[in-house]
Design a protein around this ligand. Sequence first.
Ligand SMILES: [Fe+2]
Length: 237
Amino acid sequence: MTAPASPGSAPAPPPPAPAPYRGAPARHPRHPPVTLDLRTAPGAAERTAPVFGTAPAGPRDADLTAHHAGPPLGERITVSGRVLDRAGRPVRGQLVEIWQANAAGRYAHREDRNPAPLDPHFTGAGRCLTDAAGRYAFTTVRPGAYPLPGERAWRPSHVHFSVFGTAFTQRLVTQMYFPGDPLLPHDPVLAAVPDPAARPRLVAGYDHARSCADGILAYRWDIVLDGPSATWTEEGR
Ligand SMILES: [Fe+2]
């Protein structure tokens, strides 16, 4: 995410697009960030930003296997973790959203040209609020890999994550990967993360104790919002 310039100063130019992912330039900001002068218009970002509906996120929203009349195909899993600040303190009350491909590697989205089959019992989107300890938890299916249009590459299994701060304008977007995936070293998107040390932090850990307790393969992944251990987030979202 691009940090806005302080009010009154010249906006910083957008950072250079990362290589080697060819699709990155098309998704990268082409213009400097817009600076909102909150000294003269306090709260402007909140007043002009999109807002959510009045319905709170409920338990069913966090179970992506329970959104249709039947169970989805694929390997049922849980993905859970915490949202933390740079000091390791929990960030409570955060809206965490995920979206993903189905077990065959196909998104329920009209723009997805992957010929893999759709699953009538899987939409692939969920949300929840972090609790007092900053915890989130989802039940879903392990997403399949899919070919990357325009690239001679495949995307490893991954789950897209979005975390909101106190306003839509503070949204952070990133991706979670699965441990041991042979496609990880070949993913142009992961390779486009500028800091190589940040790439392993996008890979979840396998949670054996929870897998045995719940009878569902479990993965743990914490999201750190800032600081030297921050989770990498996509720019221009
Ligand atoms: Fe994806």
